[in-house]
Design a protein. Sequence first.
Length: 325
Amino acid sequence: MLNTDGPHISVLGREVVEAIAPQPGETIVDGTFGAGGYARAFLGAGPRLVVGIDRDPTAVARGRAFEAEFGARFAMLEGCFGDMESLLAARGIDGVDGVALDLGVSSMQFDEAERGFSFREDGPLDMRMGGPGRTAADIVNETAEEDLANIIYDFGEERASRRIARFIVAARGEAPITRTRTLADIVARAIGRGAERDRIHPATRTFQALRIAVNDELGELDRGLAAAERLLRPGGRLAVVSFHSLEDRAVKRFLSKRAGAEGAPSRHAPVRAGGRAPSFDLLFRGAAKPGDDEIRINPRARSARLRAARRTTAPAFPITEEARR
């Protein structure tokens, strides 16, 4: 979720706009507004209304500037994209023509040391994207060792999770862990600085895991995908950019299930096995990835994956049938 007008660049921006394909008279939702890069591009394509959603107060403030700039063509809503159905209903909107989601933490949040997302600069161990709730420091200092190891393994896919949890518990026994640099050093000691495998810092996966846990990112993704399915009108488009395997796997499973067992693109929504008609047609097979030129300009785009689909006329799947369940 990166701005095209400043030092930040919207990841896979051209591909996302092509997938959403805004048309005059349509309503498009940018469910992860961030710096507004996608929203600005959508507005340039001429839809009737673009709605930005974000829980980060800094992003919401940027959205207020968009409201002043674009008038009635843009609306900024503060909240989680998983709650987009109720947020839009409060504005009298019960159907939309496009939903774009750019998952995970934004580049700007990474760059703000006081947010506590990055170990590159020392800051408070917070990691909340917005609003109240437990911080990363709360989890690190209060969670039982076994549960902490499970968080690091499940959400960070970190093989050394048990050793890392053991080191964290030992360190917090001496003093509470409240700073990002302190935690990064503990993790580095646990698995060794020489273990910078895959060219990443030893603490990368642990920080990812804590961020996902703090913000319930995978639960939010489940809720957001299901809400988009219910909100999108027939022919409406969904585009989702993910940055790690857990997110991408959830999106892939959701769309594969909703597109039918084979997951093959279809224009006519044939009835799938079990008698349920697909609620989405895939716009393309697999995931679109950034090209070499984009990665060279913005190295953070390297892990990005875009999946997109078009809503059919079939009813939405029951709310209990979630992608990861």
